[in-house]
Structure formats: C-alpha cells, structure tokens
Design a protein around this ligand. Structure first.
Ligand SMILES: [Zn+2]
Length: 198
C-alpha cells in the first residue's frame, strides 16, 4: 500500500496517548520497510543521474535493491524482534523493540496481499518465495480500483481514531492534510493511469 497508509494503520492499532517512546517506536517500525526505497531512489536519480524509467523498470528489480527490500521486508526478522521484545517487555528497550516490530509486521500484513509483479521476498532468509497476489494497490489490471477504495477506508478510519486519541494541534494539522490526500487519491490514481496510457 501507499506508505502513509501503513503508518496511519500501525499508529491507530498500536499507539497510546501519552506513551511517547511507544508511539515513536510504532512510527519508526511502520516506515522502516519503505525507508530503504526512499533513500535509494533519490540517491540514484540525484547523485547517479539515473532516469526514472531505468530506475523503476530496471534497477528496482535488480541487485542490490531487491536484496535491500528483502532484508527490510522480512517477516521472520520482525517476528524474531517481536518475540525478543515481548520477552524483554518489562524493560523500556524491550517494549520499544516490541512495538517497532509489531508496526513493521502491520506494514507486512498490508503489503503482502497487494503486490503483484513487484511482490517482495517477505520470507527471506528462510525462503526466497514471493507471493504473487492477484491484487495490486496501484495496477488497474489487478483490481487497484477496489483495493484503493479499501485503502482509503482504512486510512480515513485510522485518521478518525488518531484525531480522537491525540489532542495536539500539530497532529491534527498532519491528519487533516493526510485526509485531504486520501480524499483526492482516486483522482490522483486516475491521472496517473491516464499519463501511463498516453
Ligand atoms: Zn511497503
């Protein structure tokens, strides 16, 4: 799914009013699986001058990117971390690791069912198997229309929960901007598919 959806859902499920360490752990755990892509892509285009076409059609599907994605999207790694954190949950660091790993697993749970030709090796290092889903969160030929409706519903519900949970103004400003993004998402997707077709 789109990165903000992972973060919104993880925070709605796992955050708690007044528990800053836990909330930042959830935030970090929800973005870490995609962070590697956000660091790598601008580096390739700005520093190495790679075109967008080469970047997303070739380099993305080659090494080292596919390996980095596998490391940061590994369900066995996050499950092990969650187990370690759970055992050590009475210590602050144990609780931080537990919520970090649970947020990353929430991310896995919402990526696994909606990646088709770009499926990840979610079971690395145990297996290189990729679950090729019949659904995609952005490819129209793989039901992206319906998937994005579900995604928008998840995101707006999470925004509603977080809006009620956190009274701080800066939180509400970010949530308001995100709500506007999700309401505009069907239009954005339509424009993107038009530009790909033309
Ligand atoms: Zn992801």
């Amino acid at each position: 799914m789109n990165s903000p959806t992972h973060t919104l859902l993880a925070l709605a499920l796992l955050s708690k009013t007044g528990d800053r360490k836990r909330n930042w752990a959830v935030f970090a755990g929800s973005i870490i699986p995609d962070a590697v892509i956000y660091i790598w892509a601008p580096y390739q285009s700005l520093v190495n001058g790679v075109s967008g076409e080469t970047l997303w059609r070739e380099l993305y599907f080659a090494e080292p990117m596919q390996n980095l994605i596998a490391y940061f999207n590994s369900i066995p790694i996050y499950l092990s971390l969650a187990l370690l954190g759970f055992i050590m949950r009475t210590k602050t660091w144990g609780k931080v690791i537990l919520f970090f790993a649970l947020a990353a697993l929430t991310h896995m749970a919402t990526d696994l069912p909606v990646h088709n030709h770009d499926a990840y090796r979610h079971f690395w290092p145990l297996s290189d198997w990729r679950f090729i889903s019949p659904f995609s969160y952005y490819e129209r030929e793989h039901h992206a229309g319906w998937v994005s409706l579900i995604e928008i519903f998840i995101a707006l519900t999470s925004i509603f929960i977080l809006w009620k949970r956190f009274p701080k103004l800066w939180v509400k400003i970010i949530l308001g901007l995100l709500a506007a993004f999700y309401i505009a998402l069907p239009i954005i997707l339509r424009l993107m598919s038009l530009s790909i077709e033309s």
